[in-house]
Design a protein around this ligand. Structure first.
Ligand SMILES: [Zn+2]
Length: 133
């Protein structure tokens, strides 16, 4: 899916963000090689540790439907913040395993945009190769 289209999907997803505590809204969209798109939003909880981030929600949704890193070809993450929403540390760890190293990741807050990938976002990764010996 084209970059601009995937960013639009993520902004549409962001309208469903559940963020009553932070009022910080994040949307994400994963595109798959067959054209399917999965949305994710940040879903907060009164028990803050139970909160889930938008990009993890979207990637987990794609995996839940059987897609894997070889059939995911893009991820867009958008926010309504002053700065672009770069993935948090937990999400970077998850994305390092569930996306290909060079899968494009598009970040936008409607003003600024950055195109990146997980290899750039998370150097010196701890991977399944470290665990599966
Ligand atoms: Zn996160």
């Amino acid at each position: 899916m084209k970059r601009e289209d995937l960013l639009k999907e993520a902004f549409r997803a962001m309208e469903n963000s559940y963020a009553p505590y932070s009022n910080y809204h994040v949307g994400a969209a994963v595109s798959c090689t067959d054209g399917r798109v999965f949305w994710g939003v940040n879903v907060e909880n009164a028990s803050f540790g139970a909160t889930n981030c938008a990009e993890r929600s979207a990637v987990f949704a794609a995996y839940s439907c059987g897609y894997r890193k070889d059939t995911i070809d893009g991820l867009a993450i958008v926010s309504d913040g002053e700065r672009i929403a770069a993935p948090c540390g937990i999400c970077r760890q998850v994305l390092s395993e569930l996306l290909k190293q060079d899968t494009p990741i598009y970040l936008s807050n409607g003003k600024d945009e950055v195109d990146t990938n997980i290899a750039e976002l998370l150097p010196m990764q701890f991977t399944e190769e470290d665990v599966l010996r």
